[in-house]
Design a binder for this molecule. Sequence first.
Ligand code: ADP
Ligand code: MG
Length: 281
Amino acid sequence: MGILFKDVSYAYKGVKDDRFEAINGINLKIKDGEFVAIIGKTGSGKSTLVQHMNALLQPSKGTVEIYGNILPKKRKQKIGPIRKHVGLVFQFPEYQLFEYTVLKDIMFGPKNFGLKEEEAEKKAREAAKLVGLGDEILERSPFRISGGQMRRTAIAGILAMEPHVLVLDEPTRGLDPQGAKEVMELFNKIHEEYNKTIVLVSHDMNIVSKYAKRIIVLKDGKIVFDGNREELFLSSNFKDFSLEKPLALELMEYLSETLNIPFKPLFNEEDIISYLKELDL
Ligand SMILES: Nc1ncnc2c1ncn2[C@@H]1O[C@H](COP(=O)(O)OP(=O)(O)O)[C@@H](O)[C@H]1O
Ligand SMILES: [Mg+2]
């Protein structure tokens, strides 16, 4: 089970050149439990690609299969059951908030999928706890809480629907470094402890390499690389795609040279510190 793209292309309708394909000939398989990053320049098709994963867009050509369901070509057909598998967190998810209280906002999704009030509330409270929103926040208006809390509310709303997959389209955009770290740690926890599949769109190589083991690079709507992070950043591959080398890896290279210690492909500062301690220099 998982997500499968076969020769998928998408052309936006109603634009000047409606034959222009924002994504073109995409073949892709994402299995349960993976943490995948999708990177590429602005306009390379990342958002268009991931919006197919929860049926927000339906392919112009090819097929998309979500947990055994083929996306219908026609808009009218029911896509609710497909959408339940994959939760999409947009850029600036706080813009999706609209209810009177934080709790009601988080309950909206599960209720929409047919859960009764009490059951939806139970799921909402669990999700709120998971993202670290205290009980005192739940009765407040979602417009009278901090930016970080708004983002957590939006994320809880998606988690409350219990999707298998979380698709995150630039989830750290507009956050300060501390806020960005907190949200990423939250997603990582959701991945590790609750075994959710994560598809992360980001242009921050440090974030991408720290959390995602598999990286897909898009260029002009096509996949130009799909492999593990070591393959991408330890070869000259990343230069061909004009990507920056992750800082942690650069630090590791520098340390191995100056301290004359064996190089290890580490993408996380904490791992480097543990490694240095282990060596007992
Ligand atoms: N709603 C839209 N209508 C028309 N063209 C769009 C729309 N959204 C994106 N595009 C075009 O599709 C291409 C891919 O965009 P997008 O998927 O947003 O890329 P990315 O997320 O990598 O920045 C770009 O050329 C963009 O201008
Ligand atoms: Mg985008």
